[in-house]
Design a protein around this ligand. Structure first.
Ligand code: GLN
Length: 497
C-alpha cells in the first residue's frame, strides 16, 4: 500500500491490515514518521523519537510473526509530553523540565507499549497542561492543521485548543493514528473539538495517574484521542485499569469497549442541560447542538430537557480548586530535586531564581492564585466554598442521571481562534472551558465527537457526558452521532495527501 494511504487508515483498519499482512508495522511507522516530518510547521511535537519508533515497530512485526500480536500491536501513536517515558525527555511543556529524562515509565504508557503501540514521539502541550490554546509551551505555540491557507504558509494561524493541542494536531494531520491526552478541565475534549477528531475523558480513576506530571490531582485524568469513536475505544481498553501505585485509581474490570460498541441508541434517554444554553452562544453552535439532538432521536433515542442548576458556578469553582492543587503540586520544582537549577546565593535565592526562570507567565499566575486561595484567612472564603460548589455540581449531575442516561452538549463555545487572540485576556481564555469543566469537577466521563464544519470551514464538536464508569454508553451514543454526522473532512491544506 502506498505510504500516504497508510496514514489515512483508522486504527481498526490498520489492525486488520497488519493481521492480514497487507503491510508491516515498520511500513506503518515509516509512513507516519514521514508525515510527522512533513507536519513540522505545526510545532506539534516537542521530541520526535524516530529510532525508538522503528525499533518498537520491528519488535511488533517479530511478535506478530511469532503469533503473539497484542491488541494495539504496531499502531503508531503520539504521547502527550506530560506522561513520563523512561529514558525519553519529558518536559511538561516547561522550561523547568526542559532537560528532564525520567528514569521510569508512566503506567498508561507502559500499558500502551505492552499492548504493542509504537511511540512516534512526545506531543506539545500548554505548560503543565494549563491552558486552552496550546500557546504557553516553552517551545512556542502549536498551529491547528485546519488553519486557512497553504500548509506552513497559513494566512491565519489558528490554535489547536489545549492543553493537549499537539496530540490533537498530529492526529488531525494524519501524522499519528492516535495520541494520549490528559483532561483536567477539558484538555482532551476541547482540542479534539477544535481539531475535528474524537477525544475521550474517562471517569476519574479509570486510568492511572502514576507517572503523569501532576497539575490538579483531584481532576487530572488520562484519555485517548483518535479519529473515530471505535479507535478511542480500542485505545481506552489498553490504557484503563487499576493501578496499586495510584491510590485514586479504581479497581473495576475494564470492559471490552470496542467489542461492545453497537451504536444502538434505541430507548436511550438523552438529557439536554438547559443551563448550557449560555448567553452569547453563537447561533451555529446552537444549531449543531439541535442537529445532534435530532440525529439521536432519529436513531431511536429519547431526548428530554434536564437542569443542572449550578452550572454557572462551575468555572469560578474550577479556577479556585485547580490552581490551589497546582500551587501545591508545583512546589516540588525547587531547583534541588528536579530539572532546572539556577544557582544563587543561599537556598531561598536558589528557589526564587529557579522558579522565576523556569515557569512561564500562566503557570506563575496559577501558583499565585492557588497560594492565595489556600492562605490563612482566605481558605474558608475561597477554597472551602469552591469545594462546596463542586459537591453541588456533582449532585446536579446525579439528579439529572435519575432522569436520563447520557447528556448532550456542545464541546466548546467557538471554533478555533487565532494564535494571540486571547493571550492577553485570561478570563476570555478560561471561558473556553465553560462546557467541559462541570463534568471534570464531577469526575464524569465525556467524549467529544466531530459533528460539523462551521461557516468558517472549521470543525465543531458535540460532547456526551455519562454516569461514572459508563464509558460504554458514552461511546455508543458517540458512535451514533458519528454515523449521523458523516464527518469525513480532513484539514484541506494537509501536506500529506
Ligand atoms: N483549560 C483548562 C485550564 O487551563 C483545562 C486544562 C486541562 O484540562 N488540563 O486549566
Amino acid at each position: 500500500m502506498a505510504a500516504p494511504a497508510l496514514t489515512r487508515l483508522t486504527i481498526a483498519e490498520a489492525l486488520d491490515g497488519l493481521a492480514t499482512g497487507a503491510f508491516s508495522a515498520v511500513e506503518l511507522a515509516e509512513a507516519h514518521l514521514a508525515a510527522l516530518a512533513a507536519a513540522r510547521p505545526l510545532n506539534a511535537m516537542i521530541t520526535e523519537t524516530a529510532d525508538t519508533a522503528r525499533a518498537m515497530a520491528a519488535a511488533s512485526d517479530a511478535r506478530r510473526a511469532a503469533g503473539d500480536a497484542r491488541r494495539l500491536d504496531g499502531i503508531p501513536i503520539a504521547i502527550k509530553d506530560l506522561f513520563c517515558t523512561e529514558g525519553v525527555r519529558t518536559t511538561a511543556g516547561s522550561q523547568i523540565l526542559a532537560d528532564y529524562v525520567p528514569p521510569y515509565q508512566s503506567t498508561v504508557t507502559a500499558k500502551l507499549f505492552d499492548a504493542g503501540a509504537v511511540m512516534l514521539g512526545k506531543a506539545n502541550l500548554d505548560e503543565f497542561a494549563m491552558g486552552s490554546s496550546n500557546e504557553t509551551s516553552f517551545t512556542g505555540p502549536v498551529v491547528n492543521p485546519w488553519s486557512p491557507g497553504p500548509f506552513g504558509a497559513w494566512t491565519r494561524r489558528l490554535v489547536p485548543g489545549g492543553s493537549s493541542g499537539g496530540s490533537a494536531a498530529v492526529v488531525a494531520a494524519r501524522a499519528a493514528m492516535g495520541a494520549t491526552g490528559t483532561d483536567t478541565g477539558g484538555s482532551i475534549r476541547q482540542p479534539a473539538g477544535l481539531c475535528g477528531i474524537v477525544g475521550l475523558k474517562p471517569t476519574y480513576g479509570r486510568c492511572s495517574r502514576w507517572g503523569i506530571v501532576a497539575f490538579a490531582s483531584s481532576l487530572d485524568q488520562a484519555g485517548p484521542m483518535a479519529r473515530t469513536v471505535r479507535d478511542t475505544a480500542l485505545m481506552l481498553e489498553a490504557m484503563a485499569g487499576f493501578d496499586p501505585k495510584d491510590s485514586t485509581s479504581v479497581d473495576r474490570p475494564v470492559p471490552e469497549y470496542a467489542a461492545g460498541l453497537t451504536g444502538d441508541v434505541r430507548g436511550l434517554r438523552v438529557g439536554i442541560p438547559k443551563e448550557y444554553r449560555v448567553d452569547g452562544m453563537p447561533a451555529e453552535i446552537e444549531a449543531v447542538w439541535a442537529r445532534g439532538v435530532a440525529w439521536l432521536r432519529d436513531q431511536g433515542a429519547e431526548p428530554l430537557e434536564v437542569s443542572l442548576p449550578h452550572t454557572r458556578y462551575a468555572l469560578p469553582a474550577y479556577y479556585i480548586v485547580a490552581p490551589a492543587e497546582a500551587s501545591s503540586n508545583l512546589a516540588r520544582y525547587d531547583g534541588v530535586r528536579f530539572g532546572l537549577r539556577v544557582a544563587d546565593d543561599g537556598l531561598q535565592a536558589l528557589y526564587e531564581a529557579t522558579r522565576g526562570a523556569g515557569f512561564g507567565a500562566e503557570v506563575r499566575r496559577r501558583i499565585m492564585i492557588g497560594t492565595y486561595v489556600l492562605s490563612a484567612g482566605y481558605y474558608d472564603a475561597y477554597y472551602l466554598q469552591a469545594q462546596k460548589v463542586r459537591k453541588r455540581i456533582a449532585w446536579d449531575f446525579e439528579a439529572a442521571f435519575e432522569r436520563c442516561d447520557v447528556l448532550l452538549a456542545p464541546t466548546a463555545p467557538s471554533t478555533a481562534f487565532a494564535i494571540g487572540d486571547k493571550s492577553d485576556d485570561p478570563i476570555a481564555m478560561y471561558l473556553n472551558d465553560v462546557f467541559t469543566v462541570p463534568a471534570s469537577l464531577a469526575g464524569l466521563p465525556g467524549i467529544s465527537v466531530p459533528a460539523a464544519l462551521a461557516e468558517d470551514g472549521l470543525p465543531l464538536g458535540l460532547q456526551l457526558i455519562g454516569r461514572p464508569f459508563d464509558e460504554p454508553t458514552v461511546l455508543n451514543a458517540g458512535a451514533a452521532l458519528e454515523t449521523a454526522a458523516e464527518f469525513s473532512w480532513a484539514p484541506p491544506a494537509l501536506a500529506v495527501s
